[in-house]
Design a protein. Sequence first.
Length: 119
Amino acid sequence: QVHLVESGGGLVQAGGSLRLSCAASGRTFSTFDMGWFRQAPGKERRFVARISRSGDVTRYADFVKGRFTISRDNAKNTVYLQMNSLNPEDTAVYYCAADPRGAGLYDSWGQGTQVTVSS
């Protein structure tokens, strides 16, 4: 497995932006796809975005399309989630996860970072 540590969460006003980072260690970062998920209080964890190991293919949940951008820097073993036009419904704990086989099966998860959007 790979060790993942998220950072960059915080409190932001509606309409604002945040950039989350997820630093990886323990395995060769460039060999696996990465994803971001989120879990709001009292709700199930939901897929947000994913990026291929090379960074050339991305996919987003409909509710973040046009507002969030996932990217990665394999030289820095880090994946990012740029979040713009935030609204209170984006309030959640955000998790990054690693998918070593590119099959949508994530076997390593970070501890999460809290994002709170005030109205």
